[in-house]
Design a binder for this molecule. Structure first.
Ligand code: FPP
Length: 253
């Protein structure tokens, strides 16, 4: 179904991708880990483990390409409904990822930026997340937003409450509130919106991810399951993105 050969004449390479503006920010819903495991008769948690391997490779590709922002959906506010052992396994994978990868991430200038209702996460996972955030806070090469206990609606409600508080205290006037002001109150405040949203595993849903920020994002959906998602798929998504016309509600130029 997908082709991996650019315009059919030149293979997709970093050099080819760099000939046109790259997306500044890509968001990824790392979906399909469970199905990947089931197809192999393995527990779902093994699928998540292989999902982390895909994430590591994709982070390296971002560094190679020089793309400044990557947001990955690691755990949604709805994922607490999953069996306890799966929730625990996901939390443990976050700990393991930080233990194994923090030196690498920091050495490459990657800022680990957890987004979501992180305070609800407890114990060692919370401690590790905060350690990673603190240690990498001044890094500027790539901001890795890890959406953990994240929900787009929760994020918007949180912002509304914070703004209401500020209006009540007189710190903000109602006239000051516009789209830019609101965007700056979100977890991703100050960052460019995602240009591209990638969803593996063929689902055609947004799943409460970055509801405000993806207003004008291009979608790239593939049947590849996340543990099988490789650099070539990322490159294809970027190539396709570069060859689309973005109009932001205007007319073709
Ligand atoms: C969706 O697949 C995936 C998740 C809910 C979890 C994604 C998390 C990781 C890859 C690990 C996160 C860890 C770090 C280090 C950030 P699914 O389970 O819904 O798959 P299915 O739709 O095939 O069942």
């Amino acid at each position: 179904m997908e082709k991996f050969s650019g315009d059919g004449q030149r293979p997709i390479t970093i050099e080819l991708l760099k000939e046109k503006p790259l997306p500044k920010h890509i968001a990824i819903i790392m979906d399909g880990n469970g199905r990947w495991a089931k197809k192999r008769g393995l527990p779902r948690t093994i699928g998540h483990r292989y999902g982390v391997e895909s994430l590591k490779k994709i982070i390296e590709s971002f560094v190679d390409l020089g793309i400044g922002y990557l947001t990955v959906y690691a755990f949604s506010t709805e994922n607490w409904k999953r069996p306890e052992d799966e929730v625990d396994a996901l939390m443990d994978l976050v700990v393991e990822f930080i233990d194994k990868e923090l030196d690498y991430l920091d050495s490459k200038g990657i800022k680990v930026n957890p987004i979501g209702y992180i305070e609800r996460i407890t114990g060692l996972t919370y401690e590790k997340i905060m350690t990673a955030k603190e240690r990498t806070k001044d890094n500027t090469v790539l901001t890795l937003n890890v959406a953990l206990n994240y929900g787009g609606r929760q994020e918007i409600v949180r912002s509304v409450k914070a703004i209401c508080q500020n209006v009540l205290s007189g710190e903000t006037t109602i006239d000051e509130i516009d789209e830019e002001f609101f965007a700056n109150t979100l977890y991703t405040g100050g960052q460019p919106d995602p240009d591209l949203l990638i969803r593996p595993s063929g689902e055609m849903r947004v799943s409460n991810f970055l509801l405000w920020q993806i207003a004008y994002s291009e979608f790239w959906i593939t049947n590849i399951l996340w543990p099988d998602f490789k650099q070539e798929h990322l490159w294809q998504a970027i190539y396709d993105y570069q060859n689309r016309q973005r109009r932001f509600g205007g007319l073709k130029s």
